[in-house]
Design a protein around this ligand. Sequence first.
Ligand code: GLP
Length: 249
Amino acid sequence: FWRLELYDSSLEASNKVADHIAEAIVAFKPTPERPFVLGLPTGSSPLKVYKRLIQHYQNGTLDFTNVVSFNMDEYYQLPPSDPNSYHYFMYDNFFNHVNFKPENINILNGMTNDWKKECADYEAKIKSYGRIHIFLGGLGPEGHIAFNETGSTRDSVTRKIDLVPSTIDANCRFFNNDKSLVPKHALSVGISTVLDNSDEVIIVVFGKNKNWALTKTLTEKPTSKIPSTFLKTSQNTVIVADYEAIENN
Ligand code: GLP
């Protein structure tokens, strides 16, 4: 069954998650023919996990040479050079500090002029690896996973998504608080992409502003209205939260 793990602080929780990922990679003994496959998110929630993974690498206890990564999502038509793009975020916060081979890093190309092909190729590439060993994710304030907005179905796959007003509002702070600058579309893996291809799905949820989304995720029956509720349809889901995220205060 899916499960919930609670920690006193986001730091403690993040360190546990990062140590778990590091141990899994080391135990797997990845090779070029048999790489370890990781799914990765952006957002503030995973930042401390990335910090700890970087420390493991710097201490010599973790090697990413034979690790393949797939990022969850990217804004549509925002260039990788834009500091708000998820490309930029991932290199800035993680990839520039560890030793992935560039060809092992997969991020949806938001600048594509053929998003259908880009999304179909991405989905196929994920499936070509067989399994994603660990998919790390965050939870949007309205209960989205990656950019799977309200209305996303359990069988959804990688596709272009129209962002809903609450997501645009939530991300406004990164764009000079100017809504007109926030991209209105994104490319994103689907609910099925994450849940049906992964051995383990770890969702990190921290802070009071996640109270509503976490409560709904835990208590509502799986529904497209709150796509994160579908996490409970996979026995491989682990929701890792701090007490602030779960307490209604
Ligand atoms: C964005 C991303 C999601 C992320 C969410 C929450 O919408 N597309 O993948 O989980 O933000 O971000 P944060 O962790 O900063 O709260």
